[in-house]
Design a protein around this ligand. Structure first.
Ligand code: GDP
Length: 434
């Protein structure tokens, strides 16, 4: 898997974290409102600056003094985010000046392993700029002035943060692929995990680069003459220590997110009795946003008639038009068809890591353009694969802005059909050929 470096944004409630995140992502994804804590469920996004890709983690407001209640939980979440952050942005609010809460956060950040960058938000007028010097007292170095509202200062801030990111292009190729079984409570995740793991649970403490908590075990499947091995992430709290936090729904949602982010393949478990519900679609969206690959496993097939499975497959087809995930149906309880779970994962893993030689992709796109041309006057001159896991392609056109979304969809679907990219997000960018 590709571990991206992580930038976490922390700060007291209402400092403008989500507005800043929106600025950085250039899209309105997080919910922004005047109420403290409204982004407490919002977590990971992929972002890019100056050619560096990273994961941006937004946290709810941190109140280190809070010991109980929701605020304590949100603070706990922020701490989890800090654990894995390579760079931590401490966002403060010029309107309040450095507060007691800011000082408490600064104290906490001194113990974190990530590098800390301090920014002062809401400096909407250049005239107020001097206010930021008050924040030197926090002992976190030079404060960067920003206005999330106007977008000023964010470029310098991003430059500073990105320059502190570590280089993670290590030989992770050797690592085993990671598989996450994702699903709403009670769809049968633990039942399936335990089936896949069998009675002899692998010892996982020596799996490189993983915390024991996050891993349920290692699984093997025969693939022709070869044996494929996967690391199965613990999305159901089958590990004892993880189980402790299972009662806290917020925590299990966080674990799900984390598993999706770490996984190469996410299998979305759907309950055959309940059918495809909103929560399933939301998880599918999370999988897509995180850039993992997605297959659907319809579970509890023993409780329904075959027509019901067909019906769910129809709904899948109609509702999950972005990823078009492949699906199978099983019964984790009786073990029926469970042997087809790993082959599905394997198919997705191959699609996820697809690499097509440039001449082949150029030729393929050429043919697709021949079959159906883009808008009048638009010429697509060249295409190449620019990344994998998930696969990314770049097209070069004479008038990139005139290549319509619907046309990109057409090319995406052609690629999907040709290379079996079902369940994998296909990213197409258009650049100017001039
Ligand atoms: P989790 O919350 O997603 O980990 O779900 P569990 O694995 O704990 O399963 C929830 C309940 O559904 C348990 O009572 C399981 O025995 C039951 N269950 C899981 N898979 C199946 C299945 O394939 N068929 C039937 N009939 N019940 C199942």
């Amino acid at each position: 898997m590709s571990r991206l470096p992580v930038i976490a944004i922390v700060g007291a409630p209402n400092g403008g974290k989500s507005s800043l995140v929106n600025r950085i992502l250039r899209r309105r994804q997080a919910v922004v409102s005047g109420e403290p804590g409204t982004t407490r469920d919002r977590s990971y996004s992929r972002a890019e600056w100056a050619g560096r890709e990273f994961t941006l983690v937004d946290t709810g407001g941190m109140e280190p003094q809070a010991k109980v209640g929701l605020q304590a939980l949100v603070t706990l979440q922020a701490r989890v985010a800090l654990e894995e952050a390579d760079v931590i942005l401490h966002l403060t609010d010029a309107r309040t000046g450095p507060t007691e809460a800011d000082a408490a956060i600064a104290r906490e950040l001194r113990r974190a392993s990530g590098k800390v960058v301090l920014a002062v938000n809401k400096l909407d007028n250049p005239a107020d700029d001097a206010d930021r010097h008050l924040f030197h007292t926090l002992g976190e170095g030079e404060p960067y002035p920003v206005s999330a509202l106007h977008g000023t200062g964010t470029g310098d801030l991003l430059d500073a943060m990105v320059s502190l990111l570590p280089n993670l292009d290590t030989d992770e190729e050797d690592e085993l692929p990671r598989l996450a079984i994702i699903g709403r409570p009670n769809v049968g995740k633990s039942t399936l995990l335990n089936r896949l793991l069998g009675v002899e649970r692998a010892v996982v403490s020596d799996v490189a680069g993983t915390t024991t908590d996050a891993v349920a075990g290692e699984v093997e499947a025969a693939a022709g003459d070869e044996v494929e091995r996967y690391i199965l992430l613990d999305t159901a709290g089958v590990n004892r220590s993880a189980k402790r936090a299972e009662g806290v729904p917020f925590y299990s949602a966080l674990r799900t997110q984390e598993a999706i982010r770490r996984s190469d393949v996410s299998l979305l478990l759907v309950d055959a009795v309940e059918g495809l519900v909103g929560g399933d679609l939301q998880l599918a969206r999370q999988i897509e946003e995180a850039g993992s690959s997605c297959g659907v496993v319809i579970n509890k097939g023993d409780l329904v008639e075959p027509e019901r499975i067909k019906e769910i497959e129809g709904t899948l087809f109609a509702r999950m038009t972005d990823l078009k995930p492949p699906s199978i149906s099983i019964s984790a309880l009786t073990g029926d068809a469970v042997e087809s779970v790993l082959p599905l994962a394997s198919r997705l893993y191959r699609a996820y890591n697809l690499r097509v030689p440039t001449h082949e992709i150029a030729e393929f796109i050429n043919q697709a353009v021949g079959k159906s041309a883009p808008a009048k006057g638009v010429k697509i001159r060249f295409a190449t694969q620019t990344g994998s896991a998930p696969p990314r392609f770049t097209l070069f056109a004479n008038r990139p802005k005139d290549v319509q979304e619907s046309y990109l969809r057409y090319l995406e679907n052609s690629l999907r059909a040709r290379y079996d990219l079902y369940g994998v997000s296909v990213r197409l960018r258009v650049k100017s050929s001039r």
